[in-house]
Design a protein around this ligand. Structure first.
Ligand code: HEC
Ligand code: HEC
Length: 236
């Protein structure tokens, strides 16, 4: 190695490193619901790989360590902030949402540095999803003020129950999220974002329904949803 390259190589590496890091840390942006011709839940290579993987919950438990700081060790999230409860959620939903964040179809620059493909592989995504799905769903989640539950129930039963289910159980096969045990604050934030077109990976059929909702309607229906109980507990 001559003298020039001995100094030049470390110099070039030093100069390039911040640019490379910045590129890795920034969430990409892929077309979403704001784009003409948007198709919800379009198959993609990474999602197919994760869905096909024979997932191992023990590996998922280990990989979940990097997520606990925000979502908590029991995956119950944070009732007073925007961090959703993940415990017991359908694996299909968890996989789709993580893949959407990785691809940049769902904006989440805060979380992206922890779920990027240089941190977790498509197979890790599936392992984490199966692990999270196996956890019990706590029902001491954040609730609303309870003032408009009659309106919330009416709206839920008219417009939401068809997809999210009587007990908020969603549908694993159709990628419909379980909303049982979810925090009020998060439900309200997501339904506002879905109505306003800012959650860019949203389901257009649901947007049609929610578009006509006022803030008060969204508060009422989110409060009602936050109180749904798993089928077994509801029967007691
Ligand atoms: C820096 C904090 C942070 C870290 C670390 C983090 N997340 Fe998140 N996560 C969030 C926030 C905030 C949201 C909600 C974003 C929104 O409102 O759209 C979220 C949403 C999600 C969702 C969507 C849930 C739903 O119901 O749609 C999944 C799945 C998820 N995170 C999984 C993970 C996994 C797995 C990891 C670790 C590999 C992780 N997160 C690490 C902050 C974080
Ligand atoms: C036609 C089926 C359908 C109907 C009707 C529907 N939803 Fe949804 N909902 C979905 C799907 C699918 C998603 C996930 C979209 C995605 O892939 O990000 C979702 C996501 C959500 C989320 C975010 C959940 C999470 O974990 O991030 C909330 C909150 C929500 N719906 C509330 C409602 C409310 C309130 C109503 C009734 C006013 C409603 N939905 C009606 C299908 C539906």
């Amino acid at each position: 190695m001559n003298h020039l390259s001995r100094f030049a190589i470390p110099l070039i590496v030093t100069l390039l490193a911040p640019a490379v890091l910045a590129e890795v840390e920034q969430q990409p942006r892929a077309p979403g619901i704001e784009t003409k011709g948007y198709v919800w839940n379009k198959p993609d290579e990474e999602k197919a790989r994760a869905l096909k993987h024979k997932a191992d919950p023990l590996k998922g438990k280990a990989a979940y360590k990097g997520c606990q700081g925000c979502h908590k060790p029991d995956a119950s999230g944070r009732p007073d902030d925007d961090y959703p409860q993940l415990a017991g959620q359908h694996a299909s939903v968890l996989i789709k949402q993580m893949v959407d964040v990785r691809a940049g179809r769902r904006d989440n620059p805060k979380m992206h540095p922890f779920v990027g493909d240089w941190v977790v592989s498509a197979e890790d995504v599936a392992d984490i999803a199966v692990y999270l799905n196996s956890l019990p769903t706590p029902t001491n989640n954040g609730k609303g003020d309870g003032k408009n539950l009659a309106l919330g129930k009416k709206l839920y039963e008219k417009d939401c129950v068809g997809c999210h289910g009587d007990n908020g159980e969603g549908d694993e096969g159709k990628f419909y999220p379980m909303v049982t045990g979810q925090h009020y604050r998060y439900l309200l934030r997501e339904s506002r974002q879905i109505r306003d077109g800012v959650r860019r990976n949203a389901y257009p059929k649901m947007v049609t329904v929610i578009k006509k909702y006022s803030d008060a309607d969204l508060e009422a229906v989110s409060d009602y949803m936050s109180r749904l109980l798993p089928a077994k507990a509801a029967a007691k």
